[in-house]
Design a binder for this molecule. Structure first.
Ligand SMILES: Nc1nc2c(c(=O)[nH]1)N[C@H]1C(S)=C(S)[C@@H](COP(=O)(O)OP(=O)(O)OC[C@H]3O[C@@H](n4cnc5c(=O)[nH]c(N)nc54)[C@H](O)[C@@H]3O)O[C@H]1N2
Ligand SMILES: Nc1nc2c(c(=O)[nH]1)N[C@H]1C(S)=C(S)[C@@H](COP(=O)(O)OP(=O)(O)OC[C@H]3O[C@@H](n4cnc5c(=O)[nH]c(N)nc54)[C@H](O)[C@@H]3O)O[C@H]1N2
Ligand SMILES: [Mo]
Length: 754
């Protein structure tokens, strides 16, 4: 660790990549890109300001109203009382103990969704889950905001767990480069999003691959509301958000009508086309799903759809689907339909053909690597069986005991009395934040571990200041990257911050379970143990890894685990011989019709893919809310992280709203104007950026500005989640519907300052 006397330079890693850090007098003073990274992210540039920012939580703090009288109201407005660590830990441990003894562990919500920070041991979610398991368990959450809906639907279609499919059975970039002739990207592939990957991404390759695709003359077609969702040089089909399923159906209709469907593939490798075809051709409802039908829905000319379908059938075509498409109402449908479309093209299992999900969504997708096992801090077993779909947290808080459907099972929401959150920011990630703020008043106690005074920390009763990765030692590694890092402790903890591990060890000890949590080990004992286990397992797989002392010295190594050879997905052997290598679906085939889903009887997700218009999209636009709001990931940071320092930069907030020139002109808006974005759920300020690169009728406001004032007031920083709708994608997936929202925009002036 830095002794504070001299300038030192070390390398560390993060979700957005590796970088060099200069440390002087116990402070991070500068960062520079990592030499091996061809396209480094600029996110680390803000780190010196962010890590030492005034918004760091200095000491344990308890909300005054809770401390004096256990008052639930006042979350978000009360002031906090600083307390010494011992006293705050005593109070928190007693409160957790009271809740579990009075109401049982089913009253503790510990889903604690969020990205936290990179680093294997100090992974906040693992830490909080292990602690809660040691004390008898907690209500968990299923899935992620990233892919929750896909995680529910895709196993019905391809059989495999969706994350396994993503990371182990998708085509590598090299294969796409070598074989694909037409790349059809629903929602684009944005190198801006591929800057990050959970646990780290060292060589940022996505932009480089597109340069190579261009050199090769690959046709790359971005279908979606924003030209900027794909690198310059790609073709753009501006599509109305939420209408992709209709577009895919129309492409499928052209294939079928023009005899371009690969029926031999459908017969051998799929089930249920006979149940789907009558719907596609309009025999069941009198409406053929042809390009003329789709054109007004999608806002795309019928000939564009026809030409694209023919082109797709005539060339090696890879269809990619951004995760954003399933982060929307009925998000199951474009995901399922993309698989059906690819099956009809008959190229699934051929190199560079078929369908893939989330290329460009995060940096690791499309990297072909040999998987190494281990380096996981055990969360132990959760004795509580109850869980909620991750994005249903506000419903659960509002309606304890209420019945709801999820993926074929009927359950009731738990009665949550205590929330423990570490490593996530629900006031960043959840939809309809003003409504969440109301629902958040219902639990008796909210405890949060967090480095910064985020909106979530400000809405807690007990706040423990957590260290950032720069204040503790760890190991950086993920199966989506071929580098291994020692992450040295660079600076002493800021203020009185402690590691999550120390916080949970302190709580467990007070509850008489300290040894169960720590097993008698310090953090560095655990790191050494996990590392040695990892090293041994890698050796068994024939991969040599230096011992920990050596890694500490050399800071990082590149592992010889690149596997850029031919196809390694399960689709190739399946295609070859579906009897011998069946998919893990009920039929062993790709399910175009799913008896299982059909049996659930859901009108919002029937037995085969269908076009179901969302409740809010341009098809339901009104005078009050004429514009579709998409809220993509921010380019300059990861979610809400480092936001405090970014927001300090002159002119940085409110956040930038991209609006089409036509819509801007109609409202008297020019670039740089302050605007109000609003609907019945809330309002925020934003700074307009007028553009031709977005479809008319659509506006884009990235996520990540910190949630400001609650209630009907205007959010000053530009957080889109005051506007988004909090509904499940369907009874099947119950994922987040963040991209389903209509809004109005008006110019703010001195006369109309709001
Ligand atoms: N409108 C809209 N909303 C969205 C989305 C969208 O597309 N549109 N996308 C959704 C998606 S895909 C996601 S993944 C979510 C992301 O939502 P989150 O993952 O919740 O967002 P983060 O800002 O990464 O929150 C991580 C928090 O952990 C804290 N932290 C970092 N390191 C540590 C640590 O070591 N210990 C502790 N205790 N805390 C730590 C950070 O300071 C930060 O506050 O947002 C979702 N929300
Ligand atoms: N720099 C940076 N990168 C990130 C993150 C970050 O915070 N910062 N977060 C990471 C995380 S957690 C995740 S899950 C991934 C998310 O990866 P994605 O879900 O793929 O990304 P988004 O940014 O939500 O959306 C991508 C684009 O989809 C388009 N879109 C929206 N609705 C529709 C639609 O209905 N149809 C079509 N065709 N297009 C639509 C929007 O124009 C948007 O710009 O990004 C990751 N990458
Ligand atoms: Mo995500």
């Amino acid at each position: 660790m830095a002794d504070g006397s001299t300038r030192q330079t070390r390398i560390t890693t993060s979700h957005w990549g590796a970088f060099e850090v200069d440390v002087e007098d116990g402070r991070i003073v500068a960062t520079r890109p990592f030499a091996n990274d061809p396209n480094p992210s600029r996110i680390p540039e803000i780190l010196p300001e962010a890590v030492h920012h005034r918004s760091r939580i200095a000491r344990p703090a308890i909300r005054r109203g809770w401390l004096s009288s256990r008052k639930r109201t006042g979350r978000g407005s009360d002031e906090f009382v600083d307390l010494p660590w011992d006293e705050a830990l005593d109070i928190a441990a007693a409160e957790i103990d009271r809740i579990r003894k009075t109401h049982g562990n089913e009253a503790i919500f510990g889903g604690s969704y969020g990205w936290g920070s990179a680093g294997r041991f100090h992974h906040a979610q693992s830490q909080v889950h292990r602690f809660l398991n040691v004390i008898g368990g907690y209500v968990a959450s299923f899935g992620s905001y990233s892919t929750g809906c896909a995680q529910a639907i895709m196993p019905h279609v391809f059989g495999a767990d969706f994350l396994t499919l993503l990371y182990e059975h998708q085509e590598g970039w090299q294969v796409i480069h070598d074989h694909t002739e037409t790349l059809v990207m629903f929602g684009g592939i944005n190198p801006k999003n591929a800057q990050v990957s959970m646990g780290g991404i060292t060589e940022h390759e996505t932009a480089g691959w597109f340069d190579r695709f261009a050199t090769k003359g690959m046709r790359c077609i971005n279908i979606g509301p924003q030209r900027t969702d794909a690198p310059a040089g790609c073709e753009w089909v501006p599509l109305r958000p939420g209408s992709d399923t209709a577009m895919m159906l129309a492409l499928a209709h052209v294939l079928e009508e023009e005899g371009l469907t690969d029926h031999a593939f459908l017969d051998r490798c799929t089930v249920g086309f006979d149940r789907f075809r009558p719907y596609l051709m309009g025999e069941t409802d009198g409406q053929p799903k042809n390009p003329d039908w789709a054109a007004p829905i999608c806002g795309v000319a019928p000939d564009t759809i026809r030409d694209l379908a023919r082109r797709m059938a005539a060339s090696r075509t890879f269809v990619t689907v951004a995760w954003s498409l399933q982060r929307a109402e009925h998000g199951e449908q474009p995901y399922w339909m993309s698989a059906v479309l690819a099956a009809m093209l008959g190229q699934i299992g051929l190199p560079g053909g078929g369908v893939g999900y989330g290329y460009g969504a995060i940096g690791g997708v499309g990297k072909s690597l040999i998987g190494l096992r281990g380096m996981t801090f055990s969360q132990l077993q959760n004795p509580v069986r109850k869980f909620i779909p991750v994005a249903r947290i506000a419903d659960a808080l509002r309606h304890p005991g209420m019945e709801y459907d999820f993926n074929g099972r009927r359950d009731t929401y738990p009665d949550i009395r205590l929330i423990y959150w570490a490593g996530g920011n629900p006031y960043h990630h959840h939809q309809d934040l003003n409504a969440l703020h109301e629902a958040w008043q219902s639990p008796e106690t909210v405890i949060v571990n967090e480095p910064w005074w985020t909106a979530t920390a400000r809405r807690a009763d007990i706040v423990f200041p957590a260290t950032t990765p720069y204040e503790r030692e760890d190991i950086g590694r993920t199966n989506l990257d071929d580098y291994l890092f020692h992450m040295p402790q660079l600076i002493p903890p800021v203020g009185e911050a402690r590691d999550d591990y120390a916080i949970f060890a302190g709580l467990a000890e007070r509850m008489g379970l300290g040894a169960d949590f720590t097993e008698g080990r310090s953090a560095s004992d655990w790191i050494a143990l996990l590392y040695d286990q990892y090293r041994e397992q890698a050796a068994e797989q024939g991969i040599d890894i230096p011992d920990l002392a050596t890694l500490r010295d050399c800071n990082w190594v590149q592992l010889p685990i690149r596997a850029d050879g031919p196809n390694r997905t399960f689709f190739a052997p399946f295609r070859e011989d579906p009897e011998a290598a069946p998919l893990p679906t009920p039929s062993g085939r790709i399910e175009i019709f799913s008896d299982r889903i059909d049996g659930f009887g859901y009108d919002d997700c029937p037995g085969h893919p269908v076009w179901l218009p969302p409740s809010e999209w341009l098809g339901t636009a009104s005078e009050a809310t004429p514009l579709h709001l998409v809220s993509p990931q921010p380019g300059d940071k990861l979610h809400s992280q480092l936001e405090a320092a970014l927001a300090d930069q002159p002119g940085a907030r409110p956040e930038t709203l991209v609006i089409h020139a036509q819509d801007a002109q109609a409202r008297g808006i020019t670039s740089g104007d302050l605007v109000r974005v609003f609907n019945a759920r809330g309002a925020c300020r934003a700074r307009a950026a007028v553009s031709e690169g977005i479809r008319p009728g659509v506006v884009a406001l990235p996520t990540g500005a910190w949630y400001g004032d609650p209630g009907g007031n205007i959010d000053p920083h530009g957080n889109p989640n005051v506007l988004t709708r909090d509904i499940g994608t369907s009874r099947l997936g119950q994922g987040s519907s963040a991209h389903t929202a209509l809004v109005q925009v008006e110019r703010l002036t001195l006369d109309n300052p709001r």
